[in-house]
Design a protein around this ligand. Structure first.
Ligand code: PHE
Length: 344
């Protein structure tokens, strides 16, 4: 039996040195040291060994097992290190290689323009309204009636405004001025707010007009606000947006919710006069409407017009973007042609 054990040991040691991978190692371990392995098979013969030899043979069997285990362990360590370094080698990264090109996402020119307008008015002291005060799906009351539109005003016509089929008097707002009413219903002067958003009009689409466009509404109300404040704020805005060099003009106008009312034009930067599609050859582009808040509107929201006054304005975002980036067709903003968008 002693010889058998020694033969087993030398066989096993030889096989262990030949092992190439962890799977083989596992198999060899089972073959020799497993429950039904060769060592146990030999050990089962222990009962036939004369009693006085049993202790020393038993000890030899245990020693053999220990040694094989040690051998296997060493082999395991070698194999493990090898496979780890093979893995590292395979996954080696060359940090000097140039990175993959990931194209930048960019702001849409309208988003960029809205952000710029908002930040200019922020600097002048106006803050954003909550979005809930500026819904795009609106009732006739907030879009027209509370803004002092007479019931027979042509803007209320289906020809000009998109009404929904969902409920009577529900429409897609034609102006951001609804936010004036919603704001003043909830808050009392002093107020200095701006509210950007999307508006809808049922209009024939052309290079200058689109069914969807954007406005930034603004409002200031307090004791003693005058037309001089309106001029000061809006001149400062145009100065910051266009720079000193771009002439503007204030032109008298009419809106039901302001009195007096003005429109501000800025000189067309695209045209050289006749035949310009952007300004219809007038040389001027309207960029915003404004005026002193009509006393009727203040009364509707329970603000006393004898105590408070204010002004409001609505900036046309597409107009400003067209001027800033020299774009001659409003439809370009909405086609989402990447050749156009990539230029910004
Ligand atoms: N809501 C007006 C328009 O869409 C613009 C405007 C806003 C005029 C605020 C005066 C005051 O034309």
């Amino acid at each position: 039996m002693k010889e058998k054990l020694e033969a087993l040991k030398s066989h096993a040691v030889e096989e262990i040195t030949k092992i190439n991978n962890l799977k083989e190692l596992e198999n060899i371990k089972i073959k020799y040291l497993g429950r039904k392995g060769e060592l146990n098979t030999i050990k089962r013969g222990l009962k036939d060994v004369p009693a006085e030899e049993r202790p020393s043979i038993g000890e030899l069997a245990n020693k053999t097992a220990e040694e094989l285990e040690k051998n296997l362990e060493q082999k395991y360590e070698i194999l493990y290190k090898e496979s780890a370094s093979r893995k590292l080698e395979a996954e080696r990264i060359d940090i000097t290689l140039p990175g993959d090109y990931i194209p930048y996402g960019k702001q849409h020119p309208l988003t960029a323009t809205i952000n710029e307008i908002v930040s200019i008015f922020n600097r002048i002291g106006f803050t954003l309204t909550e979005e809930s005060n500026s819904p795009e799906v609106e009732t006739e009351y907030y879009n027209f009636d509370a803004l002092n539109f007479p019931s027979d005003h042509p803007a209320k016509d289906m020809q000009d405004t998109f009404y929904t089929v969902n409920a009577e008097n529900l429409l897609l707002r034609s102006q951001t001025s609804n936010s004036q009413i919603r704001e003043m219903e909830k808050k009392r002067p002093p107020l200095r707010i701006i509210s950007p958003g999307r508006v809808y009009r049922s209009e024939a689409i052309s290079s200058r007009k689109y069914n969807i466009f954007h406005q930034v509404e603004g409002l200031m109300a307090d004791k003693g606000v005058t037309f001089g404040d309106l001029k000061g704020v809006l001149n400062e805005f145009t100065r910051q947006f266009f720079g000193q060099a771009r002439p503007t003009r204030f032109r008298t106008s009419f809106f039901p919710f302001t009195e007096p009312s003005v429109e501000i034009d800025v000189q067309c930067i695209i045209c050289s006069g006749k035949g310009c599609r952007t300004c219809s050859g007038t040389g001027w582009l309207e960029i915003l409407g404004a005026g002193m808040i009509d006393p009727n509107v203040l009364r509707i929201v329970n603000i006393d017009p004898d105590v408070y006054s204010g002004f409001a304005f609505g900036v046309g975002v597409e107009r400003l973007a067209m001027l800033k980036f020299a774009i001659n067709d409003i439809r370009l903003f909405f086609n989402n042609d990447v050749r156009f968008l990539e230029q910004f």
